[in-house]
Design a protein around this ligand. Structure first.
Ligand code: MEV
Length: 322
């Protein structure tokens, strides 16, 4: 198959605004790309002296190996295999695949899905194909299943489409409508956690306390629908109130923890209209909605309350909104 000299692709991190965990049980959730953090992949034609096959390097995880040496269930092996199949390639090209990312791992920001998306697109381009966002999302979803067990599909969707979305499993995804730009601050608790573990823990508790968990999920779905309306109206105080209510439901299902609760409280004390954990929980990040111009003040309060780092981000009205 014909290849190019060198190709690149990148994909953003993501944050969940509303509905994490409930989305696994069929409720809607809202998520957006985090453009300031990205995973990147570069595929370049191997030098003549390089052994046959695809050689992979990923400095953040100290990986330097041949594709053929990776276990088939390794996420990089899985996305390479899926991409080769998707573009109809009979085998891996003789090339060097370099992966890098500034998305913290196991922090609720979609690092695994973004890495897979960047690799798939860079490799497809090397083989002279361009993956549509839909195809990219499907390929990444297969890898997410290997890593996380029963993912809802929200991470691959938001990362492949690079748009803020209202997502429900099995329904068509809507691009979120926004009346005006809205500001948010993400704060890192410094505690790392695995999405798979958090999802499994919720599943075990759901199996033993089904009606209590079902009513928390139903309520989170109602909150997500109300949040869609608040965003479309640009109603900051309603949005903030809904974030706090969503956090309380996430506490109820056992995925918050003291460092996350401390950060949520610090954001509210500093004047944020609302805050909640974001992502799988049990560590990772919180997200606070802030009034325009308040980001630095709330960010400093979060740092003083123990945040390892803070990220400012904005949701802006999209031309493609439904
Ligand atoms: C992870 O970003 C969000 C969860 O709801 C898991 C999923 O939807 O697959 C915790």
């Amino acid at each position: 198959m014909a290849t190019l000299e060198s190709t690149r692709a990148s994909a953003p991190g993501k944050f969940i605004l509303f509905g994490e965990h409930a989305v696994v049980y069929g409720e809607p959730a809202l998520a957006a790309p985090l453009q300031s953090l990205r995973a990147r992949a570069r595929v370049s034609r191997a030098a003549a002296e390089t052994p046959i096959g695809l050689f992979l390097t990923a400095d953040e995880i100290s990986l330097r190996t041949h594709y053929a040496n990776l276990k088939p269930t390794h996420p990089l092996a899985a996305i390479v295999r899926g991409t080769l199949q998707a573009v109809g390639s009979s085998g891996a090209p003789r090339a060097h695949l370099q992966v890098s990312s500034n998305i913290p791992i196991a922090a609720g920001l979609g690092s695994s899905a973004a890495t897979a998306a960047a690799v798939a697109q860079a490799l497809a381009r090397f083989l002279q194909h361009e993956l549509s966002p839909e195809r990219l999302s499907e390929l990444v979803f297969e890898v997410e299943k290997l890593q996380h067990g029963t993912p809802s599909g929200i991470d691959n969707t938001v990362i492949a489409h690079e748009q803020p979305v209202f997502f429900s499993k099995g329904a068509s995804t809507e691009v979120l409508k926004l009346a005006r730009p809205l500001s948010f601050v993400l704060a890192d608790s410094g505690q790392r956690s695995s999405t798979r573990d958090a999802v499994v823990r919720v599943r075990q508790r759901y199996n033993s306390r089904r009606s209590a968990y079902q009513s928390s999920f139903t309520e989170m779905g109602n909150i997500a629908r109300a949040a869609r309306t608040a965003l479309a109206r640009g109603d900051s105080s309603r949005l903030g109130e809904l974030m706090c209510r969503n956090h309380a439901r996430l506490q109820e299902i056992g995925v918050s923890c003291p460092p996350l609760d401390r950060l949520v409280e610090a954001a509210i004390r500093a004047g944020a209209p609302g805050a909640k954990l974001s992502g799988a929980g049990l560590g990772g990040h919180i997200i606070a909605h802030v009034h325009r111009g308040d980001g630095d003040r709330v960010g400093s309060a979060l740092a003083a309350a123990g945040a390892r780092s803070v990220i400012m981000t904005e949701l802006t009205p999209s031309a493609n909104a439904a």
